[in-house]
Ligand binder design. Structure first.
Ligand code: FAD
Length: 685
């Protein structure tokens, strides 16, 4: 954490003064925050919002997209369905705007599934606030910390507080890290999750058993650690939940629809876009809107070039960040994270528990924009080496389960004169042709960015006068978030665990079977094993292991029961792949209710198997294809093309040696399916 290391360079008195100033300003901001958000009364926009029971199916959404005309346009057309676009769609539609969102791949297929999965305030801005006594930077931290609390509240099943240890191997680090993280607590004010505190070496070891007691390279002993809290979330599922909630609120939301061209009026204003449904072999069609919004992340400049020509100056400064996934035991048995505040070359690396595994990263390197970035062996090596300096176990490349890379859409505001301040948090601007561009920021601030962007759309004067002037998304739970109880995993285990099945079987045996009743236990095949037991269907209910109960509660929140109902109704209570909690029924549920259209949508973003364990994702692929083919009515050729495209995609998550072997296998598959791929645009999707 550079912030904290910079304390070292300052005389203690100056650091204390800066900290006091930040704390004072943080306190004032907190008071202001309480004034703005802390009121107990209902604010405008707080009244009941009608959400559809489930998001409308894709054909309905496409029909609505096709239905717009120059005379009856959407109010807003949003291009790009990552965190930013999906957040904008939800904000707009819940203000009463006729909203369309098109995403050319899957929701979160870009950067939004590839983050470190932290919901955080951004200590680098706090660093600037401290050392430059810069109120604007402090405001960014404060805003992000406010949004951290909101994000956790809107989808408590997908986001939760995470304790993170900051290990100290030099004495001076203890007070410096302590002071920096106390400032972080203070700026969060009453939105703080849990107060940070010093923990002695022995407690630190208890919390993170693999933490090095003595650093192998320097020989320094652990002096203790500062335990602080940030949020953690499932980024891709959060993104899908945003898109589905926007659809359930009335938005015309569709993935696999690509903007190919913008439509302009004779006066040069953007009034719509030519789009292509990538899942169908049909000609492109036109979608009209009063305002078009560009939320395409690192592809922002591609769309800006459509709007302003190829010579328009770029605003995106792409930089890639890689992660690796390791087995859970790398962090011991507890669910605590670790921050390596300063690697040998001065970077920050996190080790974070995620869905029964540990993810570690990230890197930061200038890169070209790509729709399929891959973690390089150098990046993976850098992360593993950084971990080795802080762990008492041997960090082995052979333990890596998956690797992945994402591209930061860092944006420079072309209107800013001072280059020092150009790479600020985000850029939201109306272009000369009326298109609104929204880029930069971070996942944590998606909602605030969306609010600001829709405010700007309203300020253009092109929106209908009855639109709500204020956002209502800060109090709008996402699908699965409303009605969620933190004891849901336990409830599911109680209702669907093996003991419940035994009790039911006992009751069935004791009472005469009603006429026509099915035979008792054992309808499912229980493919599982490992990770907490198998899953199956017994009597009238599906029987699941503890890990599956926890997974379903975390992934679907209050909608977990619907997945189990699908499992029961369809006899799909078996695990997809041994050692992982995912059920076959989830494939059917995702296709029907979560706009899942390709195997990679399911394996990378509806579940996170590709990120957790790339080989297991490849092992699950044939069954996923089989289930999707039955659900979607794919013929043999379509099936082969889908399978080949998914293998090709999943290979990008494999650690280097395995990737080479899989690439060879996939290229054979791809060659076999090439005739189909040529005739089927979906193969590329
Ligand atoms: C390595 C890394 C770690 C990070 N960690 C964190 C973190 O821990 N916490 C945090 O808060 N933030 C983090 N971030 C930042 C965060 O992930 C991003 O700010 C955020 O995901 C950007 O979302 P987006 O919607 O702007 O972009 P994207 O998610 O990339 O979405 C843009 C979408 O536009 C689509 N698109 C492009 N062109 C078209 C077209 N012509 N038609 C239709 N659709 C199109 C793309 O397919 C893509 O899906 C991290 C970023 C990186 C790279």
């Amino acid at each position: 954490m550079p912030l904290l290391s910079m304390f070292k360079a300052l005389p203690a008195v100056a650091a204390a003064g800066a900290l006091a100033a930040v704390s004072g300003a943080g306190y004032l901001l907190t008071q202001q925050q309480q004034h703005l958000w802390g009121g107990s009364g209902r604010s405008e926009g707080d009244d009941e919002l009608e959400l559809l029971e489930r998001p409308p199916p894709r054909p309905t959404q496409l029909e609505r997209l096709r239905g717009s005309t120059r005379d009856r346009p959407f109010d807003l057309l949003i291009i790009g369905g990552g965190a930013t676009g999906a957040g904008c769609a939800l904000d707009a539609v819940t203000r009463g705007l006729r909203t369309a969102l098109v995403e050319r791949e899957d929701f979160a297929a870009g950067t939004s599934s590839k983050s470190t999965k932290l919901v955080h305030g951004g200590v680098r801005y706090l660093e600037k606030a401290v050392f430059q006594l810069d109120y604007r930077q402090l405001r960014l931290v404060w805003e992000a910390l406010h949004e951290r609390a909101v994000m956790l509240a809107l989808a408590p099943h997908l986001a939760h507080p995470l304790p993170i240890l900051t290990p100290c191997y030099k004495w001076w680090e203890v007070p410096y890290f302590w002071a920096g993280l106390k400032a972080y607590d203070l700026v969060a004010g009453r939105r703080n999750l849990v107060m940070s505190r010093y923990v002695a070496p022995r407690e630190a070891q208890g919390l993170f058993p693999t933490l090095a007691q003595q650093q192998p390279d320097t020989g320094r002993r652990l002096k203790g650690a500062i335990l602080y809290y940030d949020g953690q979330f499932d980024d891709a599922r959060y993104n899908v939940a945003l898109a589905c909630t926007a659809a359930a609120a009335g938005g015309a939301v569709a993935n696999y629809v690509e903007v190919q061209q913008l439509i302009k009026n004779p006066d040069g204003k953007v009034v719509g876009a030519v789009v292509q449904d990538r899942l169908a072999q049909e000609p492109p069609f036109e979608v009209y809107a009063r305002v078009v919004m560009n939320t395409t992340g690192c592809f922002t400049d591609q769309v800006r070039h459509m709007s302003q020509g190829p010579d328009a100056a770029d605003i995106i400064q792409p930089s890639s960040g890689a992660h690796v996934t390791l087995p859970a035991w790398y962090a011991g048995t507890h669910s605590n994270g670790l921050i390596i505040p300063k690697t040998k070359d001065g970077r920050v690396v996190f080790m974070i528990p995620f869905l029964g595994h540990v993810i570690a990263g990230t890197t930061d390197a200038k890169c070209a924009v790509s729709d399929r970035p891959v973690a390089s062996p150098q990046e993976v090596g850098f992360i593993l080496e950084a971990l080795q300096d802080y762990l008492d176990i041997q960090v082995r490349p052979a333990d890596v389960l998956s690797t992945w890379s994402g591209i930061r859409p860092l944006a420079a505001d072309p209107r800013a004169k001072d280059t020092q301040n150009t790479v600020r948090d985000h850029v939201i601007m109306e272009e000369a042709d009326g298109m609104i561009t929204v880029s930069g920021g971070k996942w944590t601030t998606y909602r605030a960015m969306a609010e600001e962007a829709v405010d700007l759309a309203l300020a253009t004067g092109r929106m209908p006068p009855n639109a709500r002037p204020h956002s209502r998304t800060a109090r709008l739970p996402l699908l699965g978030g409303a009605g969620y109880s933190h004891t849901l995993p336990q409830q599911l285990a109680q209702e669907h665990g093996p003991m419940a099945a035994e009790a039911e079987a006992g009751a069935l045996a004791a009472s005469p079977a009603p006429p026509g009743a099915k035979a008792g236990p054992g309808r499912g095949t229980g493919a599982g094993g490992g990770g907490g037991g198998s899953s199956s269907v017994s009597g009238s209910r599906v029987v699941i292991g503890e890990d599956t109960a926890a997974h379903l509660a975390q992934a679907y929140g209050s909608r977990a029961g619907r997945v189990l109902q699908t499992a029961t109704d369809r006899g799909l209570g078996s695990r997809l792949v041994a050692g992982h909690p995912f059920l076959e029924a989830e494939v059917v549920y995702a296709v029907r209710h979560e706009y899942c259209h390709t195997p990679q949508d399911f394996l990378a973003r509806r579940t996170r198997l590709a990120f957790l364990d790339a080989r297991a994702a490849l092992a699950a692929l044939p069954r996923v294809v089989e289930l999707m083919a039955a659900e979607c009515g794919w013929d043999g050729a379509r099936r082969a093309a889908m399978s080949a495209a998914a293998r090709d995609y999943l290979a990008t998550y494999l650690p280097a040696p395995a990737a080479a072997a899989a690439a060879a296998a996939a290229s054979a598959d791809v060659a076999a399916a090439s005739a189909v791929a040529a005739a089927t645009p979906t193969a590329a999707a």
